[in-house]
Ligand binder design. Structure first.
Ligand code: KIV
Ligand code: ZN
Length: 503
């Protein structure tokens, strides 16, 4: 097999990143984009973990037809049954069962013997197999487990019917040569290995997740589990875009391929960043803002003469538009629609009309509207679609002698117009207090950050706010040329997400 199966776990392991919670609509939107990216498998969630997760997996399974839709389950009967309930309407359903294998997890967490682990693994794969032919099994913390015991587990679960066996480096402890050796060892020591695909799932605690994944496929693994932008628990998971582009760019070395439509990579990265609230660092490989920009004169000279001198990939292959076209208030609806298509957006006529109206409003305030402005504007429009409370009016007064004061008007879910005012230590504090008086949900603001979308004094400001309520973090974002309005939008957005989750 010279094709590597790309298993995307952005919606499951990626969403486990602290503060990255997504609501059901956002998960669906990401799943639609993952289908356009042409991933082979979407791990849509962990259905037993919450009713919201169950519903998200169920809806994704119903709507997204091309990829395999996978649901995660602990090795417990109720987990396996719930996973099946969530994915049973999928065109291609998969159940993914996991159970810890390492002595560290067995002795300190599970308090189970090796024999018990083997037995439960077999039983739960058999249970999943009654529902679907496509069953994956993961011996958790495999990289800290004695290889001989891993071979035993792999053999047992394949006998029980597992069609994919995933080897996780759960805590990001492995070193490429050693991890690759484990994969090679599985091929040499597991007699029924030709009946299953070997997969790898690497975490990035030592910054080696991509290196470990690539070494594993070099040594025989044919499924890689990864996330967009490498988001995930702690330091994250292996980054999908880095693995895919390494395989593509170094085909001479790997002699392998994937089914990924690489032109959708940039759009997918932007969407995941917008919806999770996790910015992409500028120097991030493949999708960072500086990944294809050349600063030194010698490099610029080379790239002008022949891009291959300093560019190992053509930015267009990952969907970065060839040029950043500047639009303005004279640009018409048709040109706007064309630009959106080039940026990878396919909006309905209704959404296009709303986006175009917002674009015209922005073009009146800002002389030049760039691609980044358009992306920010579309994200802002999308945030307003599933609002509970809508920010209608805002008025703030502040200054070095004044008392910061905010007056806010919100439209409530029943259409009622609510207004109130508050004083604060600064304008943002006053805005948040006024909104709190109207919404009345206890919460603590844990993070506030602001950045400008482009250069220039007239730039759009993007605000990210995280709030905490009952131990759960909710992220809100807002964008506006007025940063206090952007802050009010971000705070309302965070509260809306909190309220939607509570409902
Ligand atoms: O990191 C891990 O071990 C996991 C498993 C559930 C596959 O995420
Ligand atoms: Zn993981």
């Amino acid at each position: 097999m010279d094709r590597v199966i790309i298993f995307d776990t952005t919606l499951r392991d990626g969403e486990q990143a602290a503060g990255g919670t997504l609501n059901i609509q956002e998960k669906l939107e990401i799943a639609r984009q993952l289908e356009k990216l042409n991933v082979d498998v979407i791990e849509a969630g962990f259905p037993i973990s919450s009713p919201g997760d169950f519903e998200a997996v169920r809806l994704i399974a119903k709507e997204i037809r091309a990829p395999i839709i996978c649901a995660l389950a602990r090795a417990l009967p109720q987990d396996v049954d719930r996973a099946w309930e969530a994915v049973k309407e999928a065109e291609h359903p998969r159940i993914h069962v996991f159970l810890s294998a390492s002595d560290i997890h067995r002795l300190y967490q599970l308090k189970k013997s090796r024999e018990e682990i083997l037995q439960t693994s077999r039983e739960m794969v058999t249970r999943a197999k009654k529902y679907t032919d496509d069953v994956e099994f993961s011996p958790m913390d495999a990289s800290r487990t004695e290889p001989e015991y891993i071979y035993q587990i792999v053999e047992a679960v394949i006998d029980a019917g597992a069609t994919t066996v995933n080897i996780p480096d759960t805590v990001g402890y492995a070193i490429p040569d050693e991890f690759g050796g484990l994969i090679e060892g599985i091929y040499h020591h597991v007699s029924n290995i030709n009946r299953a695909v070997i997969s790898v799932h690497c975490h990035n605690d030592l910054g080696l997740a991509v290196a470990n994944s690539l070494e594993s496929i070099r040594r025989g693994a044919r499924q890689v589990e990864c996330t967009i932008n490498g988001i995930g628990e702690r330091a994250g998971n292996a980054s999908l875009e880095e693995i895919v582009m390494a395989i593509k760019t170094r085909k001479d070395f790997f002699n392998l391929s994937t089914g990924i439509n690489t032109k959708q990579i940039y759009r997918t990265s932007r969407l995941v960043s917008e919806l999770t609230g996790f910015s992409v660092q500028p120097n991030k490989a493949i999708v960072g803002a500086n990944a294809f920009s050349h600063e030194s004169g010698i490099h610029q000279d080379g790239v002008i003469k022949m891009p291959i001198t300093y560019e190992i990939m053509d930015p267009r292959t990952v969907g970065i538009p060839a040029s950043s076209l500047v639009m303005g208030k004279l640009s018409g609806r048709h040109a706007f629609k064309e630009r959106l298509a080039e940026l990878g957006y396919g909006l309905s006529e209704e959404d296009l009309s709303r986006a175009f109206a917002a674009f015209k409003e922005l073009a009146d305030k800002k002389r030049e509207v760039t691609d980044r402005d358009i992306e920010s504007l579309i994200a802002e429009e999308q945030r307003t679609v599933s609002e509970v409370y809508h920010l209608d009016r805002l008025q703030v007064s502040c200054g070095d002698r004044g008392i910061p004061t905010a007056a806010v008007r919100l439209i409530a879910p029943d259409g009622q117009v609510l207004a109130d005012a508050a004083l604060g230590t600064g304008p943002v504090d006053a805005v948040c207090k006024a909104i709190n008086r109207l919404v009345g949900v206890p919460n603590v603001l844990t993070e506030f950050s602001i950045k400008s979308v482009t250069e220039g004094i007239d730039a759009i400001g993007e605000v990210l706010i995280r709030i905490e309520s009952e131990g759960i973090t909710y992220t809100g974002r807002g964008a506006d040329t007025d940063i206090i309005v952007a802050s009010a939008k971000a705070y309302t957005n965070a509260l809306n997400r909190l309220l939607a989750a509570k409902r």
